[in-house]
Design a protein around this ligand. Structure first.
Ligand SMILES: Nc1ncnc2c1ncn2[C@@H]1O[C@H](COP(=O)(O)OP(=O)(O)OP(=O)(O)O)[C@@H](O)[C@H]1O
Ligand SMILES: [Mg+2]
Length: 264
């Protein structure tokens, strides 16, 4: 296990050494539900452009941690710096502004079912373009063109006019990724982004997601139960158990047996 240090470049894992400053830095996060501390002093640092996989058993607190980072869940103790902003001290407006810079992709992708694929992707620009992005039919041509380009990047430009509720699971997840790209986020938080997909589609969409975020230079923190994805698509693997980070290692094929033992 590599020590987790909030702000010490000298002790950072090798995979992070070429990356920039910390874009996600959590220090001593505690979150209790009732008497149980789901997070019991979690400290984690993710550098700019780094891709980190967060692993752990069901109920280990992975989703809670992602939510705490942007205060969708309010932590009980600890501090978070996100894109240099002290998340815990921000007022409502500043927090909203910060969240606009963060993309989310969740297992349940929350597309607007009755709207077209293109409108759903245009919605990704709501944070920066406001109401101009409400519907693709009234959105400025530049936004529509950008949305089509995002759809093209996930291979779905041909389905732009199709209603979102007619898509397959894999197609929906690609649209969710296109929407997140449309947001032009600096940090992407992805909670089991391909969990609803069959293994082949999951592999394909995860590879696409990893490639697109890398091309865009986006810092990526994703949770996964698929260890081959953690190894293939992250620079670093972080493991959560008993409310704490007990594994933090560079992603490498040699890590596979360690990750298998992690769940024993
Ligand atoms: N709002 C809540 N109220 C009470 N308990 C909660 C709440 N949210 C999460 N929990 C509990 O916290 C624990 C951690 O949940 P979390 O969803 O973070 O786990 P996870 O690691 O994402 O699990 P999974 O792999 O199943 O997605 C679970 O025991 C869950 O029941
Ligand atoms: Mg979860």
């Amino acid at each position: 296990m590599t020590a987790v240090v909030l702000d010490g470049a000298a002790t950072r894992p090798a995979a992070a050494s070429t990356a920039g400053p910390a874009e996600i830095a959590a220090d001593g996060l505690v979150k209790r539900f009732g008497r149980t501390a789901v997070l019991d002093g979690v400290s984690l640092s993710v550098r700019r452009g780094e891709r980190v996989a967060l692993i752990g058993a069901n109920g280990a607190g992975k989703s809670t941690l992602l939510r705490c980072l942007v205060r969708l869940v309010e932590p009980d103790e600890g501090h978070t710096l996100l894109l240099g902003e002290p998340v815990g001290r921000l007022g409502r407006r500043a927090l909203t502004r910060l969240r606009r810079r963060v993309g989310f992709v969740f297992q349940r992708h929350n597309l607007v079912p009755r709207q077209s694929v293109l409108t759903n992707v245009v919605h990704g620009a709501l944070g920066r373009a406001g109401l101009l992005a409400v519907h693709q039919a009234v959105a400025p041509a530049a936004l529509r063109a950008e949305a089509v380009a995002c759809l093209d990047r996930v291979g779905l430009a041909a389905l732009a006019r199709q209603r979102a509720d007619t898509l397959s699971g894999g197609q929906s997840q690609r649209v969710a990724i296109a929407r997140a790209l449309m947001q032009r986020p600096e940090v992407m938080l992805a909670d089991e982004p391909v969990a609803s997909l069959d293994p082949a589609a999951g592999e394909e969409v995860m590879a696409l997601f990893a490639t697109l975020t890398r091309q865009a230079g986006v810092t990526l923190l994703f949770t996964t139960h698929t260890m081959t994805h953690a190894i293939a698509y992250a620079d670093r693997v972080v493991g959560l158990r008993g409310g704490r980070i007990v594994l933090d290692a560079p992603a490498h094929p040699g890590l596979a047996p360690v990750l298998e033992r992690f769940f024993e």
